[in-house]
Design a binder for this molecule. Sequence first.
Ligand SMILES: *[C@@H]1O[C@H](CO)[C@@H](O)[C@H](O)[C@H]1NC(C)=O
Length: 507
Amino acid sequence: MSSSPVVEFKENTVVVVFGASGDLAKKKTFPALFGLFREGYLSPTTKIIGYARSQLTNESLRERLKPFLKTTTPESKLLVDDFLNMCSYISSPYDTAEGYQKLESEINEFDTLKQNKESHRLYYLALPPSAFITVASKLKEFNHPGSKGIVRLIVEKPFGHDLPSAQALQSQLSPLFTEDELFRIDHYLGKEMVKNLIPFRFANEFLTGCWNNQYITSIQISFKEPFGTEGRGGYFDSIGIIRDVMQNHLFQVLTLLMMENPKKFDSESIRDEKVQVLKSIKPFDPKNVLVGQYTKSLDGTKPGYLDDDTVKPGSKCVTFACMSLEVDNDRWRGVPVILRAGKALNEGKVEIRVQFKETNGLFDSSINRNELVIRIQPDEAMYMKMNTKVPGVTNKVAVTELDLTYKSRYHDFYIPEAYESLIRDCLKDDHSNFVRDDELDISWKLFTPLLNYLEGENAPTPLPYAYGSRGPAELNEYLEKNGYKHQNRAVYQWPITTPDVLKESKI
Ligand SMILES: *[C@@H]1O[C@H](CO)[C@@H](O)[C@H](O)[C@H]1NC(C)=O
């Protein structure tokens, strides 16, 4: 699919951030560019132009951005002004020619000053989807370097609302920018632990042998958020947790976790294999999905979802979902894969849990399953629950773990923010961690019937769960029915200590 040679944007790149006065740009895009600059991954010869409708001056844009640029050392404080001086601003509507013409003349002026005259442009659309096509078509008309250079366009989710809208968006975008030029951001793909999935899976021979349905009995990918919509439910109400988290982020994690070996480690081979996993997923049974909506917290201090004034009364919007699916190929047939996501839960955490089958024979049923836990956030960690002899005067066997907690294992390492990592990939022309058009198509094909059911006339009423709880009361039963076994919490808590019950009593 990809044909053009890899060109790294090192020097003299122009980065244009559309939607520069908005929240996403202020909180994510500019701080990510600054992070790269601070760490030495973005050249000081880069020109950054913010573009938006708001009437700002260069100075007022800089003032606005400043509080969000994170500094780590006294030296890096000095870099803030250097960075801000690389940034300027163009105020113009998105749908008229003048702003784009001004932009073009600024870029041309910049390009003529440099030795290598090839124009390197990175356009970042930090914009709502309603503005994508307007801006993309103007960029194509006025700001495409053609044979004089190279352009890359970063777009942010949502990529459609369902299959028809995603296809419509794609059919409008594809005549304007090629797949090579497009970088669709799913910021989960920039998270350290998600980027680690490919090396972890394919550089460890001991895993290769057991990474299949002979040894693995269930997989769970869960996303838990400790807060609700907090007065901004109007936006969420038409989205719901399934679109917000599952169709994109959790599916990306799933495909990396479950794909076959790529032929090569280049972006197209990797994305080809991700697509193969998606194609193997069996259509979902909408009736086998547990959906919930949060209510007031038990102590009454936190409001329920429907108490949010911006939510339409009686909304059946799903704020919690748990679903079991199957990847129907030789490697994974029969292994339930549980996706679980919710707002207003007891904690904030994103993690993968892979449970292995029980050992048979010698040990009794009190022996726990091996379980590999990959914690994506917060505090990156990986640990494998193992059964070993309890140390000391005893023959008891208990769970402990091989523990790779990044904080304790790695020091003096800078782990980039997801957006930093992805913008860096884009500058290097590496598409591996961006979403390809066919991935979107297949995932929307899978999710659209479910969404239509949940949002249709006969939509089920979501099960209630209290703000701050683990989710609907039916959750445990659902997990168990779908192959996930909870460890006995009386004898196992992570991080591990040896509980008294496991110590041998003295005479
Ligand atoms: C910002 O500065 C540039 C020159 O660096 C200028 O062309 C542009 O008009 C200024 N933008 C605003 C909004 O004043």
